[in-house]
Design a protein around this ligand. Structure first.
Ligand code: IPD
Ligand code: CA
Length: 263
């Protein structure tokens, strides 16, 4: 069944990516609303992308549930819930920075089983099926993602991000300040799904972020996990409190350092 779910996720995700691409004008995009804070923006294209994804997925599978960033959730009756970010990296989308994604995951009885992420600007696509690996698509060919050679912690390039809440940001900035001297450098790319796929690709060595929602992490988290990355939270499963991820060989040391930095 997971194969069928990933096939549908890709079909619908590509259609949504085309919509997002076509509706991005030159220059700066208009912001239609703000959510949790004045810097947490939503555009008409986020809403249109989510409506398209929801109608296509539930058109094919009417008994499924749906959890998207922009609209109301639907519980569903099939045991499958689609967890969707219609644009991950909305601020990049607004400014025209080419790192924003469509992210679609299928959760089956509470466990993410299938995942699809595409960087709308570059056209790159990643997929994963739990227990069957993760890959990058090159046209229709699946190129498996495998663990990359591991740097020492002092050589690790760490992806991170900041919450939209001022109070949380202050704490995150202080924690990142403590982490920075212990690693190669940090990157704040601006789209959590792409950070996690980058980790799976070997474009980052580690990742840490607080305040992520399920749609930010569901698909990218499975792509990373299936590429041999440990994705975890403060005391077990990754959650809004903390998501941290790295290679097995670095995991124990890195997670300890992240905790000690006060994340
Ligand atoms: C955001 C991005 C960003 C992360 C934020 C997320 P959005 O998602 O993933 O990298 O730092 O925490 O909210 O709002 O662009 O969908
Ligand atoms: Ca979003």
């Amino acid at each position: 069944m997971s194969e069928e779910l990933v096939r549908l996720a890709r079909q619908v995700g590509r259609e949504a990516a085309s919509l997002v691409r076509a509706r991005r004008p030159e220059g700066r995009v208009d912001v239609t609303a703000t959510k949790s804070s004045p810097t947490d923006v939503v555009t008409a294209v986020d809403t249109a992308s989510e409506e398209l994804i929801r109608s296509r997925l539930l058109g094919e599978r009417p008994d499924d549930g749906f959890l998207g960033e922009e609209g109301d959730g639907i519980e569903g009756a099939s045991g499958v819930v689609w967890v969707v970010d219609p644009i991950d990296g909305t601020v990049n989308f607004v400014y025209g920075i080419p790192a924003y994604a469509v992210s679609i995951a299928a959760r089956v009885d509470g466990v993410v089983r299938a995942a699809y992420v595409t960087n709308v600007a570059s056209g790159e696509e990643w997929g994963a099926v739990r227990g069957a690996g993760s890959w990058r698509w090159v046209a229709d060919e699946r190129r498996a993602l495998t663990p990359q050679p591991v740097a020492e912690l002092s050589q690790a390039l760490v992806g991170t991000g900041f919450s939209y809440s001022r109070e949380v940001r202050e704490k995150q900035a202080a924690a990142v300040g403590r982490l920075l001297p212990q690693v190669r450098d940090v990157r704040r790319i601006g789209a959590a799904a792409l950070d996690l796929c980058s980790l799976a690709e070997g474009r980052l060595d580690a990742y840490v972020e607080q305040g992520l929602k399920p749609w930010d992490v569901a698909a990218g988290g499975l792509v990373a996990h299936e590429a041999g990355i440990v994705v975890t939270g403060l005391d077990g499963a990754p959650d809004e409190r903390l998501v941290m991820a790295t290679h097995h060989a670095l995991a124990e040391e890195y997670f300890e350092v992240v905790r000690a930095c006060g994340f």
